[in-house]
Design a protein around this ligand. Structure first.
Ligand SMILES: N[C@@H](CCC(=O)N[C@@H](CS)C(=O)NCC(=O)O)C(=O)O
Length: 212
């Protein structure tokens, strides 16, 4: 397999989802800075690759792909045959659907709940923060985490007995949640799950630096 190219700044949650998969599966890759202070993502050359002007974008020997979770799935499928291991994203329809369900939930419920809190505390200056918006986001996160905690009562990982792609976005969100100066209710099942996902190579590499 030739070296993959991944465009995207290393502190982006969506880029980190892809980098985590590369780390866990030991996929050789080259990351190229793009987005926010690095620019690149609005240039005509980049917009040909990814018309959204967002990161990440993958180039696998000329095959261009955007949308972080599509890239995650592609990487597992792409290397599944040589490794004979589909545990991160099962080949059977029900296993795959369960992973997809939680990945979609992260994109449509958990991250939209978390994003204003993350931006407010980490990316905005104190005078730019909106206290009501921060509190609303914190409450939405408590609701989402309550639902996720209930799931983790039934199984050790988001999609069942094994660690899968579904745990990755949620772990990246949880890392942000646990590293902001906010009040957090106790969720025992999430705490135990967070210890388990903390053992993954991807977590160790991408959930160890201060949030930026
Ligand atoms: N749904 C897209 C969202 C991509 C996205 O919103 N990326 C953000 C970074 S997390 C971005 O490119 N922001 C503009 C920038 O970094 O300049 C995906 O999952 O790839």
């Amino acid at each position: 397999m030739s070296e993959l190219k991944i465009w995207g700044r290393a502190n982006s949650i969506n880029v980190q989802k892809v980098l985590w998969v590369c780390e866990d599966l030991k996929i050789p890759h080259k990351r190229i800075d793009a987005g926010m202070e690095h620019g690149v993502n609005k240039t005509p050359e980049y917009l040909i690759l990814n018309p959204n002007g967002l990161v990440p974008t993958l180039d696998d020997d000329g095959f261009i792909l955007w949308e972080s979770q599509a890239i995650m799935r592609y990487l597992v499928r792409r290397i599944h045959a040589p490794l004979s291991d589909d545990s991160l994203y099962p080949l059977n329809p029900t296993g795959a659907a369960r992973v997809d369900q939680w990945l979609d939930w992260c994109n449509t419920v958990a991250w939209p709940a978390m994003r204003p809190l993350f931006w407010g505390w980490i990316r905005l200056k104190p005078e730019e923060r909106n206290a009501a918006e921060l509190e609303n986001s914190r409450q939405l996160m408590i609701k989402a985490l309550g639902l996720f905690d209930e799931q983790l009562k039934r199984s050790p990982y988001a999609a069942g007995e094994q660690f899968t792609l579904a745990d990755i976005p949620m772990a990246l969100i949880a890392y942000r949640w646990f590293n902001m100066p906010i009040d957090r209710p106790h969720f025992e099942n999430i705490n135990q799950w967070y210890e388990r996902v903390g053992l993954r190579p991807g977590f160790k590499r991408y959930c160890s630096s201060p949030l930026t």
